[in-house]
Design a protein around this ligand. Structure first.
Ligand SMILES: [Zn+2]
Length: 297
């Protein structure tokens, strides 16, 4: 038997056939093609499921479950309560796909799926208490406690990007001031760096300048890492997970960012003398994490 994982995004819909060893057998993706109605999006997902299954030479009766990772909060019934980009408002995505496919479907938040994927098959393999932090346009995350994804009472748990770390700081689109993602996202790093280097276009440009020993770029990254360490230390102090994995474009910098991050966290964390401490590592699965996690919802 096989599982199918779907990563539904505003730009693309990706699908993977996943074996029971959690290895990806085949992958396929199509443009989401917005604007579309929720029914049209469900039609696209159903067509993609059939197509990727045939690519893997897997029959529909060999598929035990289809898991879909979507932006937005997803309740226990598989209803996406809100996503402005995809036009979902209380959209019963699970039911819509079960009708179209005649298979058991599960729906979860995309950042949570990525965390689950890393915990099951990536850098967190073997851990039961694990947090994934993704540094991209925003800051996403997922929290796994005792081997179980923390969804909260309404499916919206794990929004670690919206913990406030500076109440007199930068306004956030969620309505609060000084959220973690306003300091630790790749977008935040670029916004700060643009004041010194107006020509840069992405976070990689800032790191390239730092690798060339540009002092201002090094200062900007040091300050960025300090904020990142504040948020990561908050998570460690509350959850004391076995591992926190850092994903997203910034994590591609590897030890260049992780080494100073660990040093800063070491100074900040509450448990300075504990013999067992949270390990901080880079995510290893990239975009496959969301697909493998969705297949395992
Ligand atoms: Zn916020």
């Amino acid at each position: 038997m096989y599982k199918i994982g779907i990563d539904l995004g505003g730009t693309n819909i990706a699908a993977a056939v996943v074996g029971f060893d959690n290895k990806i057998v085949a992958k396929e993706s199509v443009p989401t093609g917005l604007p579309k109605t929720p029914d049209e999006i469900a039609d696209s997902i159903a067509a993609l499921v059939r197509s990727v299954a045939s690519k893997a030479f897997v029959r529909m009766d060999e598929i035990s479950v289809v898991g879909i990772g979507t932006p937005g909060a997803v309740n226990a019934e598989g209803v996406v309560e809100n996503d402005a980009n995809l036009g979902f408002v209380n959209t019963p995505l699970r039911e819509m796909l079960e009708e179209r496919l005649g298979l058991v479907c599960r729906v979860g938040n995309d950042a949570n799926c990525a965390a689950l994927g890393e915990q099951i098959a990536g850098c967190g393999k073997g851990t039961r208490n694990f947090i994934a932090v993704t540094l991209g346009t925003g800051v996403g995350g997922g929290i796994i406690l005792g081997g179980k994804l923390l969804t909260g009472v309404n499916g919206a748990a794990g929004e670690i990007g919206h913990m406030v770390i500076d109440r007199e700081g930068i306004p956030c689109k969620c309505g609060r001031i000084g959220c973690f993602e306003q300091y630790a996202s790749a977008t935040a790093l670029v916004n700060v760096a643009k004041e010194a280097f107006p020509d840069i276009t992405g976070a990689k440009d800032v790191f390239d300048l730092a690798h060339a020993d540009n002092l201002r770029a090094l200062e900007i990254i040091d300050d960025y890492t300090e904020y990142l360490a504040d948020g990561i230390t908050n998570l460690i102090n509350i959850f004391q997970p076995e591992m926190i994995c850092i994903g997203g474009g910034v994590a591609a910098q590897g030890e260049f960012i992780l080494k100073p991050l660990r040093e800063k966290v070491e100074k900040k964390r509450y448990t300075k003398n504990a013999s067992v401490q949270t390990v901080i590592r880079a995510a290893t699965l990239g975009n496959d994490a969301g697909l493998i996690g969705a297949a395992n919802l």
